[in-house]
Design a protein around this ligand. Sequence first.
Ligand code: HEC
Ligand code: HEC
Length: 257
Amino acid sequence: MRLQVLFAICAVALAAQEPEQAVNPRTSPEDIAAGAKTFHSHCSPCHGLRGEGGLGPNLANGRFYHGSSDLDLLNNISNGIPGTPMPGLFYSPDRVWQIVAFIRSLNAASTAKSAGDPNRGAELFKSKACVRCHRVNGEGGRLGPDLTHAGQTRSPEFLRQSIVDPNADVQPRYWVVRCRDGSGSEYEGFLMNEDTYTVQFIDIQERLHSFPKAELKEYRVEKTSKMPSSYKLTLSDEQIQDLVAYLSSLRAAGGDR
Ligand code: HEC
Ligand code: HEC
């Protein structure tokens, strides 16, 4: 019994590490319609009839600050967001999955109007070395976010902005820590955790570092992106459109959204 509980906890912990693995089981047109109904009665007062936002943020543009995987949405909707007006919804997971499916249908609608050629975009993704930092379907570097489901979780506007103005909206997970310890060694990595006395970050080789701040000679956190900010100058408008079309086409296999 106890082992089962432990197992369940491990499964949840693993799921939290690999959120992309949790696939929404309720995505049929009927599910989306049922999700829309619940959304209109429970969520629209704050998020608007089409998720366009009001007291709560826009949910239609595919831009989520509290996590953008399906599982993140499920958790945020079920549990609410502590310390904010966002309440928890005490419904069965199935009913919440239906709401997630409805939100995704809004995201997909805003994705549909992207111009550009996804095949040329796929070529550019390799030739412009995006793949050096980003993985798609397991292939590529790990410095930047995995883009395997970019089209499902991000609107074209968001993707476009990420390319031409990477510093506009950097998630805390990609804030850059620079520091020097007592022996003079310098470190750089992504901030994992920070409190008054200690800091933890993960470096480019994915090694975890933890320091008491008192031991550091120099310590700085920059909310800027490690992604090159020169694409606006080096890519043509057409190339950017092609890249956005390619990224927008990246969805979970078999999804018809
Ligand atoms: C009383 C107003 C209110 C209601 C009702 C409400 N929300 Fe929210 N919601 C908010 C606010 C405010 C936030 C932003 C919290 C923050 O980040 O400060 C939020 C955040 C969220 C987020 C996270 C957005 C992000 O950027 O990650 C999701 C998803 C969400 N709401 C979905 C829902 C759904 C689905 C429902 C209905 C079941 C719902 N909300 C009902 C006010 C509300
Ligand atoms: C040197 C590494 C590096 C290169 C090269 C790079 N990126 Fe990034 N990229 C990042 C990092 C780090 C982030 C996360 C910080 C941020 O939001 O800017 C990011 C963020 C993004 C995002 C936002 C992802 C999300 O969901 O938040 C997109 C889209 C993106 N990059 C596309 C591209 C494209 C297209 C190219 C090639 C033209 C490219 N990147 C080249 C490192 C890189």
